[in-house]
Design a protein around this ligand. Sequence first.
Ligand code: AMP
Length: 211
Amino acid sequence: MNLVLLGAPGAGKGTQAEKIQHALNIPILSTGNLLRQAIAAGTELGRKAQTYMDGGNLVPDELIIGLVAERLKSPDCANGVIFDGFPRTLPQAQALDRAAKVDVVLSIEVADETIMQRMSGRRTCPQCQASYHVTDNPPQKEGVCDKCGAQLSIRHDDEPDTVRSRLEVYHRQTEPIKEYYGAQGKLKKVQGQPKLADTVKLVSEALGVSL
Ligand code: AMP
Protein backbone atom coordinates (compact mmCIF):
# COMPACT_ATOMS: atom_id res chain seq x y z
CA MET A 1 0.00 0.00 0.00
CA ASN A 2 1.28 3.48 -0.89
CA LEU A 3 0.10 5.99 1.66
CA VAL A 4 0.60 9.76 1.60
CA LEU A 5 0.53 11.68 4.89
CA LEU A 6 -0.47 15.30 4.46
CA GLY A 7 -0.52 18.00 7.09
CA ALA A 8 1.14 21.20 8.22
CA PRO A 9 4.66 21.04 9.69
CA GLY A 10 4.21 19.78 13.23
CA ALA A 11 0.80 18.20 12.57
CA GLY A 12 2.24 14.85 13.64
CA LYS A 13 2.90 13.19 10.28
CA GLY A 14 6.25 11.75 11.37
CA THR A 15 4.86 10.35 14.63
CA GLN A 16 1.90 8.71 12.90
CA ALA A 17 4.20 7.43 10.14
CA GLU A 18 6.28 5.58 12.73
CA LYS A 19 3.17 3.85 14.15
CA ILE A 20 1.89 2.91 10.69
CA GLN A 21 5.32 1.65 9.65
CA HIS A 22 5.29 -0.94 12.41
CA ALA A 23 1.71 -2.01 11.67
CA LEU A 24 2.12 -2.36 7.90
CA ASN A 25 5.81 -3.20 7.77
CA ILE A 26 6.56 -0.77 4.95
CA PRO A 27 9.23 1.97 5.04
CA ILE A 28 8.72 5.68 5.63
CA LEU A 29 9.93 7.94 2.86
CA SER A 30 10.42 11.32 4.50
CA THR A 31 11.85 13.87 2.09
CA GLY A 32 12.69 16.15 5.05
CA ASN A 33 14.79 13.38 6.62
CA LEU A 34 16.47 12.54 3.30
CA LEU A 35 17.36 16.21 2.86
CA ARG A 36 18.73 16.50 6.41
CA GLN A 37 20.83 13.39 5.79
CA ALA A 38 22.14 14.93 2.55
CA ILE A 39 23.07 18.11 4.45
CA ALA A 40 24.82 16.11 7.19
CA ALA A 41 26.73 14.14 4.54
CA GLY A 42 27.74 17.40 2.80
CA THR A 43 26.46 16.31 -0.63
CA GLU A 44 25.78 18.72 -3.48
CA LEU A 45 22.04 18.18 -3.04
CA GLY A 46 22.39 18.99 0.67
CA ARG A 47 24.23 22.23 -0.11
CA LYS A 48 21.57 23.25 -2.63
CA ALA A 49 18.68 22.37 -0.28
CA GLN A 50 19.99 24.00 2.89
CA THR A 51 19.28 27.66 2.02
CA TYR A 52 15.67 26.87 1.14
CA MET A 53 15.16 24.83 4.29
CA ASP A 54 16.73 27.41 6.60
CA GLY A 55 14.31 30.03 5.27
CA GLY A 56 11.30 27.71 5.69
CA ASN A 57 10.84 27.54 1.91
CA LEU A 58 10.30 24.53 -0.29
CA VAL A 59 13.24 22.92 -2.05
CA PRO A 60 12.69 23.05 -5.86
CA ASP A 61 10.49 20.29 -7.28
CA GLU A 62 13.11 18.84 -9.62
CA LEU A 63 15.53 18.16 -6.75
CA ILE A 64 12.81 16.54 -4.64
CA ILE A 65 11.36 14.46 -7.45
CA GLY A 66 14.84 13.12 -8.29
CA LEU A 67 15.49 12.30 -4.64
CA VAL A 68 12.21 10.38 -4.30
CA ALA A 69 12.69 8.53 -7.60
CA GLU A 70 16.12 7.38 -6.40
CA ARG A 71 14.75 6.19 -3.03
CA LEU A 72 11.83 4.34 -4.67
CA LYS A 73 14.32 2.16 -6.58
CA SER A 74 15.32 0.39 -3.34
CA PRO A 75 13.94 -3.13 -2.98
CA ASP A 76 12.44 -2.31 0.45
CA CYS A 77 9.96 0.02 -1.29
CA ALA A 78 8.51 -2.79 -3.43
CA ASN A 79 5.50 -3.49 -1.16
CA GLY A 80 4.59 0.12 -0.60
CA VAL A 81 5.77 3.25 1.14
CA ILE A 82 4.51 5.79 3.67
CA PHE A 83 5.23 9.22 2.16
CA ASP A 84 5.85 11.78 4.90
CA GLY A 85 6.27 15.36 3.73
CA PHE A 86 5.95 14.46 0.05
CA PRO A 87 4.27 15.54 -2.19
CA ARG A 88 4.16 19.19 -1.16
CA THR A 89 3.22 20.78 -4.49
CA LEU A 90 0.93 19.88 -7.37
CA PRO A 91 3.84 19.06 -9.75
CA GLN A 92 5.22 16.70 -7.07
CA ALA A 93 1.82 14.99 -6.74
CA GLN A 94 1.63 14.60 -10.50
CA ALA A 95 5.18 13.20 -10.63
CA LEU A 96 4.30 10.72 -7.87
CA ASP A 97 1.26 9.56 -9.84
CA ARG A 98 3.57 8.77 -12.74
CA ALA A 99 5.99 6.84 -10.50
CA ALA A 100 3.66 4.85 -8.22
CA LYS A 101 0.00 4.15 -7.48
CA VAL A 102 -1.13 6.17 -4.49
CA ASP A 103 -3.78 4.22 -2.54
CA VAL A 104 -4.72 6.54 0.32
CA VAL A 105 -3.97 10.15 1.28
CA LEU A 106 -4.45 10.92 4.94
CA SER A 107 -4.55 14.56 5.95
CA ILE A 108 -3.91 15.35 9.62
CA GLU A 109 -5.68 18.63 10.32
CA VAL A 110 -4.34 20.88 13.07
CA ALA A 111 -4.96 24.63 13.59
CA ASP A 112 -2.00 26.99 13.06
CA GLU A 113 -2.04 28.25 16.66
CA THR A 114 -1.82 24.71 18.00
CA ILE A 115 1.09 24.06 15.64
CA MET A 116 2.93 27.16 16.91
CA GLN A 117 2.56 25.94 20.50
CA ARG A 118 3.55 22.39 19.66
CA MET A 119 6.65 23.26 17.68
CA SER A 120 8.18 25.04 20.65
CA GLY A 121 8.27 21.68 22.47
CA ARG A 122 9.45 19.52 19.60
CA ARG A 123 12.77 17.71 20.00
CA THR A 124 14.39 15.67 17.27
CA CYS A 125 17.12 13.05 17.22
CA PRO A 126 19.89 14.31 14.90
CA GLN A 127 21.10 10.72 14.44
CA CYS A 128 17.99 8.60 13.67
CA GLN A 129 15.50 11.47 13.12
CA ALA A 130 12.98 10.21 15.71
CA SER A 131 10.67 12.95 16.88
CA TYR A 132 9.53 13.76 20.44
CA HIS A 133 7.66 16.44 22.35
CA VAL A 134 8.69 17.59 25.81
CA THR A 135 5.18 17.13 27.26
CA ASP A 136 3.02 15.32 24.66
CA ASN A 137 5.44 12.58 23.61
CA PRO A 138 8.50 12.70 25.88
CA PRO A 139 11.43 10.27 25.62
CA GLN A 140 11.93 7.88 28.55
CA LYS A 141 15.04 9.75 29.63
CA GLU A 142 14.91 13.54 29.25
CA GLY A 143 16.89 14.81 26.27
CA VAL A 144 17.94 11.33 25.09
CA CYS A 145 16.60 9.39 22.09
CA ASP A 146 14.78 6.17 23.12
CA LYS A 147 15.78 4.48 19.90
CA CYS A 148 19.50 5.20 19.51
CA GLY A 149 20.61 6.99 22.69
CA ALA A 150 21.75 10.20 20.92
CA GLN A 151 21.27 13.63 22.50
CA LEU A 152 18.02 15.25 21.27
CA SER A 153 18.09 18.73 19.74
CA ILE A 154 15.81 21.47 18.41
CA ARG A 155 15.67 21.60 14.63
CA HIS A 156 16.97 24.87 13.25
CA ASP A 157 13.79 25.35 11.20
CA ASP A 158 11.55 24.83 14.26
CA GLU A 159 12.35 28.36 15.48
CA PRO A 160 9.05 30.40 15.70
CA ASP A 161 9.70 32.76 12.75
CA THR A 162 10.63 29.88 10.47
CA VAL A 163 7.60 27.87 11.60
CA ARG A 164 5.39 30.84 10.65
CA SER A 165 6.92 30.88 7.15
CA ARG A 166 6.54 27.12 6.83
CA LEU A 167 2.85 27.34 7.76
CA GLU A 168 2.33 30.07 5.19
CA VAL A 169 4.10 27.95 2.56
CA TYR A 170 1.96 24.96 3.57
CA HIS A 171 -1.32 26.82 3.08
CA ARG A 172 -0.24 28.39 -0.20
CA GLN A 173 1.65 25.57 -1.91
CA THR A 174 0.71 22.28 -0.28
CA GLU A 175 -2.95 22.52 0.75
CA PRO A 176 -4.17 22.79 -2.88
CA ILE A 177 -3.11 19.18 -3.42
CA LYS A 178 -5.92 18.09 -1.07
CA GLU A 179 -8.30 19.06 -3.85
CA TYR A 180 -6.25 17.06 -6.35
CA TYR A 181 -6.48 13.91 -4.23
CA GLY A 182 -10.08 14.65 -3.21
CA ALA A 183 -11.05 14.63 -6.89
CA GLN A 184 -9.41 11.18 -7.18
CA GLY A 185 -11.49 9.96 -4.20
CA LYS A 186 -8.36 9.18 -2.17
CA LEU A 187 -8.43 11.85 0.52
CA LYS A 188 -9.26 11.01 4.15
CA LYS A 189 -9.16 13.69 6.86
CA VAL A 190 -8.40 13.22 10.53
CA GLN A 191 -8.54 15.99 13.16
CA GLY A 192 -5.30 16.03 15.14
CA GLN A 193 -6.12 15.68 18.86
CA PRO A 194 -4.35 17.16 21.89
CA LYS A 195 -3.45 13.65 23.06
CA LEU A 196 -1.30 11.53 20.77
CA ALA A 197 -3.18 8.30 21.61
CA ASP A 198 -6.47 9.89 20.48
CA THR A 199 -5.03 10.87 17.09
CA VAL A 200 -3.55 7.37 16.70
CA LYS A 201 -7.04 5.94 17.29
CA LEU A 202 -8.60 8.17 14.61
CA VAL A 203 -5.80 7.35 12.14
CA SER A 204 -6.25 3.67 12.87
CA GLU A 205 -10.00 3.91 12.16
CA ALA A 206 -9.46 5.95 8.99
CA LEU A 207 -6.97 3.44 7.59
CA GLY A 208 -8.71 0.33 8.91
CA VAL A 209 -5.48 -0.96 10.50
CA SER A 210 -4.77 -1.63 14.12
CA LEU A 211 -2.00 0.71 15.35
P1 AMP B 1 9.97 18.35 6.99
O1 AMP B 1 10.96 17.60 7.82
O2 AMP B 1 9.08 17.44 6.19
O3 AMP B 1 9.19 19.37 7.78
O4 AMP B 1 10.82 19.18 5.92
C1 AMP B 1 11.77 20.17 6.31
C2 AMP B 1 12.08 21.10 5.14
O5 AMP B 1 12.62 20.33 4.05
C3 AMP B 1 10.87 21.80 4.55
O6 AMP B 1 10.55 22.99 5.25
C4 AMP B 1 11.36 22.08 3.14
O7 AMP B 1 12.28 23.16 3.12
C5 AMP B 1 12.15 20.82 2.81
N1 AMP B 1 11.29 19.77 2.19
C6 AMP B 1 10.95 18.56 2.71
N2 AMP B 1 10.15 17.87 1.89
C7 AMP B 1 9.96 18.67 0.81
C8 AMP B 1 9.20 18.54 -0.39
N3 AMP B 1 8.46 17.45 -0.64
N4 AMP B 1 9.25 19.56 -1.28
C9 AMP B 1 9.98 20.67 -1.05
N5 AMP B 1 10.71 20.88 0.06
C10 AMP B 1 10.70 19.88 0.99
